[in-house]
Design a protein around this ligand. Structure first.
Ligand code: G6P
Length: 461
């Protein structure tokens, strides 16, 4: 069996069952690497005065990690700059927030070269190389320029924007052409694949066949959708653990038998938290019988705080949550519990289980694993209800959720009322359909399908 070399911006060593506030990508990859002999390479999150290419190799719970430090200028231009001020907003359809500065573009290329330079010597001829996410789009090309003939795949965890938005990016062709160095490109859904196809056809004059074969000039590669999932079994076991039970009891006791609605998101403008709060406010306005009888627990750990758009959304949410609470609260009840702290997996599983309703309402999201984790954590005899944005990749699969347009306060308000009042039989019927999808398209299926497709790629001799 070939080894698997996973390369992503962040590397997150496994932290055990209760482990830290790892993002969806981190959890999914740690689970994948446990089964394959291989290495997970990326940025340590740390900084150095002078980049030396020194690699810190470590082994935790069957996963070998190899990390490098970056210079402050790298972090500014590559991570805060091109990745999170330029590509992230653009890929989430927010060209109004996308900033471009030529130093971002050059920092992005420099860091991708630094990644290639340091990881290339660790790669053996038979290894499969799997590059992740928008931070590292040109890495495949950088590796090829260093002579690598391995099968190299790329998976994008975010949406891929429509061609008409992508062309607003300076040097967009340079970025997309660099992707042609991969043998396989994976997207979360057919929708993002279709946008990619349009770009290839309209901007590069290439073709994408129905079987996913991409042809541009003399380059041939494959593109396909591989919807990511959660480690269903691990999550269901975690939800049944003592720690989760305690978290569940803490939340239920503190809510004193009132209904609990939960939202869990990195504090990001793409998650639609502001629209969610406004929808909940509309619900409280329209349903005075529910005032005092329901609590919205919004967990939103801050993220990317050095980027202005993140500071701005944080300020708006501070104000809005305060205003709604001020408007509706009584001495013995607040409508929103707004928490800027992250929680480990076990505590989250417990909170999900205690919550009668989950609001997963991003304005645009590659997949959204919170939706799947919520489903995986439910008690089969008395499951909660998932309200899901039609703009999350997960909505293509979790069709028995209450699917809403997150821009509409009225739809949100109606969905919250239906969810809170939904009879148990209907909750069970919907949950049975949802859990089938979560089990079938779990993280094991995702990595198996992607790796099998990468192994199956024919490479020129
Ligand atoms: C999203 C991205 C990941 C990223 C994560 C956390 O899920 O797709 O690549 O790691 O957010 O963001 P951060 O900037 O903290 O790594």
């Amino acid at each position: 069996m070939s080894r698997l070399i996973v390369i992503s911006n962040r590397v997150s060593a496994p932290k055990g069952q209760s482990g830290g506030s790892q993002g969806g990508l981190a959890v999914a990859l740690a689970a994948a690497l446990r089964e394959y002999r291989g290495i997970w390479f990326g940025w340590s999150g740390g900084m150095t005065d002078h980049f030396t290419g020194h690699i810190d190799l470590q082994r935790h719970e069957g996963v070998t990690t190899a990390t490098i430090d970056l210079e402050g200028q790298d972090v500014d231009e590559y991570y805060n700059g091109y990745a999170n001020k330029t590509l992230w907003p653009l890929f989430h359809y927010r060209i109004d927030l996308a900033e471009y500065d030529r130093s971002f573009g050059s920092g992005y290329e420099r860091v991708n070269e630094r990644f290639a330079e340091t990881v290339a010597p660790l790669i053996e001829p038979d290894d499969l190389v799997w590059v992740h996410d928008y931070h590292l789009i040109p890495l495949g090309q950088q590796l090829r320029q260093r002579g690598l003939k391995n099968r190299i795949g790329f998976f994008l965890h975010t949406p891929w924007p429509p061609a008409r938005l992508l062309t607003a990016l300076p040097f967009h062709q340079r970025l997309v052409r660099s992707m042609l160095a991969y043998d396989l490109i994976g997207f979360q859904t057919e929708e993002w694949l279709l946008s990619f196809r349009h770009y290839i056809e309209e901007e590069l004059g290439g073709t994408v066949d129905p079987d996913g074969t991409v042809r541009v000039g003399d380059r041939t590669l494959r593109a396909a959708a591989f919807p990511i999932g959660v480690d269903y079994k691990d999550f269901a076991d975690t939800a049944a653990s003592q720690e989760a039970a305690e978290a569940c009891a803490t939340l239920q006791d503190s809510a004193e038998l009132k209904k609990v609605i939960i939202g869990v998101d990195r504090l990001d403008y793409s998650k639609g938290i502001e629209e969610r709060f406004n929808g909940y406010r509309r619900f409280l306005e329209e349903n005075d019988n529910w005032r005092g009888n329901v609590t919205l627990l919004q967990i939103a750990p801050p993220s990317r705080g050095e980027v202005h758009a993140y500071e701005a959304i944080r300020e708006r949410l501070d104000e809005l949550s305060g205003r709604i609470n001020g408007e509706f609260a009584h001495v013995d009840w607040v409508p929103i519990r707004y928490v800027n702290q992250g929680y480990g997996r076990a505590a989250l599983a417990g909170f999900y289980r205690a919550a009668d309703v989950a609001l997963v309402t991003p304005l645009r999201d590659g997949m959204n694993l919170v939706a799947k984790e919520y489903v995986a954590s439910q008690n089969p005899d008395d499951p909660g209800v998932l309200i899901l944005s039609r703009f999350a990749g997960a909505a293509h699969q979790l069709r028995e959720a209450i699917i809403i347009n997150p821009y509409s306060k009225d739809e949100l308000s109606d969905a919250i009322r239906s969810a809170l009042e939904m009879p148990r039989e209907e909750r069970i019927r919907r949950w049975n359909a949802l859990i089938e999808s979560v089990k079938r398209d779990d993280v094991v299926a995702w990595r198996r399908d992607f790796v099998a497709a990468l192994e199956g790629v024919k490479v020129a001799a």
